[in-house]
Write a protein that binds this ligand. Structure first.
Ligand code: NAD
Length: 296
């Protein structure tokens, strides 16, 4: 293996420390405690783990955490009412409705009912538009975490060829937009892309966000490229399971200049960026300067 490992776990700890530091200052200098409300509808086991983890890390950063757990058969009206209450609550600076929602609920409608200033997931249509036009917005957490890792490793990304594999609204598209805003030449690949291998090989930066275990082999990677593996896939391993990314780590690490591992790469950055977005939202709501280096 020759690639530098981009240690997302360690980097996320520095982001959380910056957030905690800023929260402490907001409290001592302004008497303000940033608050994050997380709404979970139903009992999806993975979502329950994420929500628990988000609540724990929010409190550890010194912020107020409000968890709202609603039954799986909650009506759309009841959920919209809850979001409306949180929109009006001055102690809540960030609102996150955990996705996926049960099928009878319209996710777009619910997400677009969140006050865009409190939309710490960055999924509200206003934030998507602001990001797309290069204006100040709330930036989706996972792509923001990837961007922070890339900026930390490279400094400027200007002029680099970036290839994003995956065009989802939560990862692929905002990632591509962030790279474009940082003056990369960006290509987005997806399930219909012809000659994926040749396209991916153009990338000085490759971000894989597909959800297919170890799909990208080392011979798709341009020598020296930086590989950001967003994928989280559970595969059988004897009588247990283990987590792997969308890239075949061993063969990619032979060729790449730098690579994120799975686990311990992009994953820990996501919640760290959620905390960063909450403190940013709190500062904006109170007309105070934002912490440096915690947003795009
Ligand atoms: P998604 O299913 O919404 O989107 C997957 C994308 O991959 C689609 O745009 C599709 O066109 C593309 N795709 C599918 N098959 C392909 C193929 N053969 N070749 C090229 N492109 C193909 O998934 P998502 O929500 O964007 O998540 C992607 C992965 O990232 C998943 O493994 C998910 O678990 C992981 N993820 C991780 C984090 C984190 O915190 N690290 C956060 C979100 C998602």
């Amino acid at each position: 293996m020759s690639a530098t490992i981009l240690d997302g776990k360690a980097f996320a700890a520095t982001v959380r420390a910056k957030v905690a530091d800023h929260v402490a200052r907001l409290k001592s200098e302004h008497g303000i405690t940033p608050g994050l409300a997380v709404v979970l509808v139903g009992e999806d086991p993975a979502s329950q783990v994420y929500v628990r983890s988000k609540g724990k890390q929010t409190k550890e950063a010194g912020m107020a955490s409000f968890e709202h757990r609603l039954p799986a058969d909650t009506s759309e009206e009841a959920l919209l009412r809850m979001v409306d209450q949180l929109n009006k609550d001055p102690g809540v600076h960030g609102i996150l409705v955990q996705l996926p929602l049960p099928k009878h609920l319209d996710s777009d409608l619910v997400i677009n009912s969140i006050d865009p200033a409190k939309d710490v997931d960055g999924f509200h249509i206003s934030n998507v538009g602001l990001l797309g036009t290069g204006q100040r917005s709330m930036v989706p957490c996972t792509p923001l975490g990837c961007l922070m890792l890339l900026r930390d490793h490279h400094g400027s990304l200007s002029g680099m060829e970036a290839v994003v594999i995956g065009r989802s609204n939560i990862v692929g598209k905002p990632m591509a937009q962030l790279l474009l805003n940082d003056s990369c030449t960006v290509t987005i690949c997806h399930s219909r892309t012809k000659d994926l291998k040749e396209t991916v090989r153009r990338g000085d930066i490759v971000v894989a966000a597909v959800g297919r275990p170890e799909m990208v082999p080392g011979d798709w990677i341009k020598p020296g490229a930086t590989v950001i593996d967003v994928g989280i896939n559970r595969i059988p391993d004897g009588d247990k399971t283990r987590l792997v990314g969308d890239c075949d780590f061993d063969s990619c690490a032979e060729v790449a200049g730098a690579i994120t591992p799975v686990p311990g790469g992009v994953g820990p950055m996501t919640i760290a960026c959620l905390l960063a977005n909450t403190v940013t939202a709190c500062c904006r709501a109170n007309g105070l300067p934002e912490p440096e280096g915690l947003t795009a």
